[in-house]
Design a protein around this ligand. Structure first.
Ligand code: PGA
Length: 268
């Protein structure tokens, strides 16, 4: 029987929202998520709004719990530095994120890779630091358009996975991790991978995890799709067997749109 994976609907706010706006958005979403929703909802505000978002989450009633008893609303950060403390001006560490109430952290988002210059080795170091610091990393991978056109998308993603997952290869107890497939050409462009293309890549990623780590980790790991996810395409993407949730940028900034996407996690 296929493993049941709780859908994860994550909002990556990027460099948006002042604290008052953050509180308003979190409350507006949590007040209206139906009690019957089965999705885990994740907010990834900028660092400056983490504590405010946390407070708004704590104040939001009623509280929904997941099947395993965990709160269904979670907080995450968009990046971290691979070190616990020290002389790294401007950086934020895993212990600081834990202290701010984060359970998750995005690692290797396309904008970090392609706008801010992070290579696979930097991303891998952040991935390892997140795990060492007790966070669940959401490792983002994805090809650029010329790579897809050249038919290299599967190998580009395999290479990105290899760099980060090598840190886990000799573990006896596997920590929780999540993955996000975000084709670079689909981010913020209004162009989305077709559900069939997303499924092909997600199945490829799951096989890759099984080969590099083990079958039970591969069966458990949640693989999110990201890139122009909207209320009108979220359901058909998440209906695919290996698409276990979505990582949403632009459409996570407005309560109505984000709620529409959360609703898409429920089968019709
Ligand atoms: P988008 O961004 O939904 O605005 O395309 C997705 C992301 O960057 O995570």
């Amino acid at each position: 029987m296929a493993q049941k994976r709780i859908p994860l609907v994550a909002g990556n706010w990027k460099m948006n929202k002042l604290r008052a706006e953050a509180a308003e958005l979190v409350s507006a979403v949590l007040r209206r998520v139906p009690a019957t929703s089965t999705a885990e909802v994740l907010f990834c505000p900028p660092f400056t709004a983490l504590s405010t978002a946390r407070e708004a989450m704590c104040n939001a009633l009623p509280k929904r719990l997941l099947d395993d008893g965990r709160p269904a609303a979670q907080l995450g950060a968009q990046d971290l530095y691979p070190g616990d403390s020290g002389a790294f001006t401007g950086e934020i560490s895993a212990p600081m994120l834990r202290d701010s109430g984060c359970r998750y952290v995005l690692v290797g988002h396309s904008e970090r890779r392609h706008v801010l210059g992070e290579d696979n080795e930097t991303v891998a170091a952040k991935f390892a630091a997140a795990i060492a610091g007790g966070l669940v990393p959401i490792l983002c991978v994805g090809e650029r358009e010329p790579e897809r056109l050249a038919g290299e998308h599967l190998s580009v993603v395999a290479h990105q996975l290899a760099a980060a997952l090598k840190h886990l290869a000799d573990r006896t107890v596997m920590p929780e991790i999540a993955l996000a497939y975000e084709p670079v050409w689909a981010i913020g462009t209004g162009r989305t991978a077709t559900p069939a293309d997303a499924q092909e890549m997600h199945a490829h990623i799951r096989r890759d995890v099984a080969e590099r780590l083990d079958g039970s980790t591969a069966a458990k790991v949640r693989i999110l799709y990201g890139g122009s996810v909207k209320p009108d395409n979220a359901r058909e993407l998440m209906a695919r067997p290996d698409v276990d949730g979505v990582l949403v940028g632009g459409a996570s900034l407005a309560a109505d749109a984000f709620l529409g996407i959360i609703a898409g996690a429920e089968p019709e």
